[in-house]
Design a protein around this ligand. Structure first.
Ligand code: FES
Ligand SMILES: [Fe+2]
Length: 269
């Protein structure tokens, strides 16, 4: 990957702050998360407004990342370089606010689903007071980012875990129409998969409650203009058809048919 501009003369960087935590996720989940630039403006939507991939190779990626509130004039060009042993990576700011700065991360596997994370922030600022202020801001942002990442990695780890095979039943009684409508949106399992029953223009519609991209739970996403948006990467789907509405080409798993029989709501294979 080549930077957009000729590299500037080296600037001395100083250690502004350190963030440490134990993350309840395996090293492979963390690698997946670090490579996954696409989740930045979705999962971390309160921090980032947009992210455009500029290049990718075996070592890492380069992106143009726009922080909230979304002024493209303040976008940063960031370069991720993974360590060859997989036990860490560096994110360098190549352009935009904070250039040049480095985030250096060391990953230490502790157990099957636990990894130690050590993050250091290095900036071109020598004044101790300014450094302390920058470091405190950095730690607070990173705490939130890792909270969000850890929740996603744990949910993904759970979604990928092997589970006993469950046959799809021929029919499932969800309850009386009045009860069901009072409990909407209603999550239910139908054989091996989870679905959610919602009301759309008065009709009861079931849709898959798991995103076909990286298996994010869609339990709590609002239905807006007949569509849902996945919280992890913002892929969008039409609730009634399950079709992708953003050109990604994915489709929600087919739901059971919902019928009203003698006042009861029945899910049918
Ligand atoms: S898990 Fe990636 S868009 Fe849903
Ligand atoms: Fe993240």
């Amino acid at each position: 990957m080549q930077p957009d501009q000729p590299s500037a003369p080296p600037v001395a960087l100083h250690h502004a702050g350190t963030y440490r935590r134990e993350v309840q996720a395996s090293l492979p989940r963390i690698h997946e998360n670090v490579w996954d630039w696409e989740h930045l403006p979705a999962l971390h939507g309160t921090s980032f407004a947009a992210c455009e991939l500029l290049g990718q190779d075996a070592e890492g990626w380069r992106v143009r990342l726009t922080s909230q509130p979304g002024n493209p004039d303040h976008a940063q060009v960031l370069k991720l370089a993974m360590r060859a042993d997989g036990l860490g990576y560096t994110v360098t700011t190549e352009a935009g606010p904070g250039t040049p700065s480095e985030i250096r991360v060391v990953l230490t596997p502790r157990a099957e689903h636990e990894t130690g994370v050590l993050v250091e922030y290095h900036v071109p600022e020598a004044d101790p007071q300014r450094l302390a202020m920058i470091g405190a801001g950095f730690v607070s942002i990173y705490e939130q980012l890792w909270d969000e990442d850890e929740a996603m990695m744990r949910a993904r780890e759970a979604a990928l875990a092997p589970r006993p095979r469950a046959e799809r039943p021929a029919r499932l009684d969800l309850g009386s129409e009045a009860e069901v409508r009072a409990r909407l949106p209603l999550l239910f399992e139908f054989g091996p998969a989870r679905f959610r029953l919602v009301e759309l223009d008065g009709a009861l519609i079931a849709h898959a409650a798991t995103c076909p991209h990286w298996l994010a739970p869609l339990d709590d996403v609002p239905v807006v203009a007949g569509c849902i948006t996945c919280p992890w990467h913002r892929y969008r789907f039409d609730v009634a058809t399950g079709r992708s509405v953003d050109g990604k080409g994915l489709r929600l798993a087919p739901p059971p048919t919902i019928r009203l029989e003698a006042g009861r709501i029945i899910a049918c294979a």
